[in-house]
Design a protein around this ligand. Structure first.
Ligand code: 13P
Ligand code: SF4
Length: 322
């Protein structure tokens, strides 16, 4: 068995039912599988819990399993490890990174903070553990507005790394937070023109937009919110058609929850594809999940010198989200 490439390389016996084997090993080892809404449908179907980043962090805090497998991206695995350092935390593929987290290296943020003394540092959960260790409060797209709003109006704030989410909060709250200039390669790509074309063809469709999308796309939204907020809205809304401007994995749960409604993925600007995928999230496959559970690798580790400092702003977020 090798993990040199960031995932387990080992043979899988021919003819086995991967889903059955995953369930068997999971029970045998007292393991639990968490999955983000952006993962492949078959991963979401086999997971014990699916959720957005906030829900996954809230669930992770309460788990007492010996092994926690995070089917999402690397920073989500780190968040679980930071909250539960005594557990074995596994991810099916360590290559599942995040372009947004990568847009904010800790040494650069440290210089940025030094250049803006006296500011409270708010970081989106899509960041490395090292960035969280430099942060006062972590937020997710599901609670960022509420947490920023709860701070005194004159508090000076650095917000990073997503400039679109930061800009959205500034425009909704009238704040003047200093923004880190980062973005997600998936959400930046949605095309306003293509959404408007879809809207012409489906005039009664409501437009659902993740706050990581740029301002022109958010302006045509009927609802802006985190993955879980958009999912909830699509269930409660009286509309029967929706144009969805976030990663296309969420459509699986939207369709499962509301089979009679129509969900149309918003396309990206620069391709002929009909939907927009996060290639990192899609690295979580059933085969890799099976091998991960079987061999208990690859494991997520967080530098012990930063784990306590990284936990503080996450715990603060969880407290403020109650
Ligand atoms: P959520 O906070 O909606 O889960 O979003 C996470 C994410 O990675 C968005 O791209
Ligand atoms: Fe990161 Fe964007 Fe993928 Fe979310 S969709 S995990 S922000 S790269």
């Amino acid at each position: 068995m090798k993990v040199d490439k960031g995932y387990v390389e080992a043979p899988v016996p021919e003819g086995i039912d991967l889903k059955e084997e995953i369930l068997r090993i999971k029970n045998e080892k007292n393991a639990v599988v968490l999955a983000h809404y952006y993962t492949l449908p078959e991963i979401q179907e086999i997971a014990d819990y699916i959720g957005d980043s906030l829900a996954l962090a809230q669930i992770a805090e309460k788990l007492d399993n010996d092994i926690i497998v995070m089917c999402g991206v690397h920073f989500m695995g780190e968040t679980v490890k930071i909250l539960s350092p005594s557990r074995k935390v596994l991810v099916p593929d360590l290559n599942a990174g995040c372009s947004l987290a990568d847009s904010c290296p800790a040494p650069e943020l440290e210089k940025f903070i030094a250049a803006h003394p006296g500011h409270t540092v708010i970081s989106y959960v899509n960041t490395s553990a090292a960035v969280k260790a430099l942060t006062d409060v972590v937020v997710t797209s599901g609670n960022a507005m509420k947490i920023v709003d709860a701070l005194p109006a004159d508090e000076k704030i650095i917000f990073g790394p997503d400039r679109n989410l930061g800009n959205y909060i500034n425009s909704e709250t009238g704040r003047d937070m200093i923004l880190w200039d980062g973005a997600c390669h998936v959400h930046e790509k949605f095309s306003l023109e293509k959404i408007l074309e879809l809207k012409k063809a489906h005039p009664s469709a409501e437009v659902l937009v993740h706050p990581e999308c740029p301002a022109p796309v958010r302006l045509v939204a009927d609802k802006v919110g985190s993955t879980a907020v958009l999912l909830d809205y699509s269930q409660k809304s009286g509309a029967s058609e929706f144009i969805v401007a976030t990663e296309s994995g969420i459509l699986h749960e939207m369709r499962r929850k509301c089979p009679a409604k129509t969900f149309i993925p918003a396309p990206p600007a620069d391709s002929t594809c009909a939907c927009n995928d996060c290639s990192y999230m899609k690295l979580n496959t059933l085969r890799k999940l099976y091998l991960t559970l079987l061999h208990e690798a690859p494991e997520v580790t967080v530098d012990p010198s930063i784990i306590d400092r990284a936990r503080r702003p996450i715990t603060r977020m969880l407290e403020l989200s109650k």
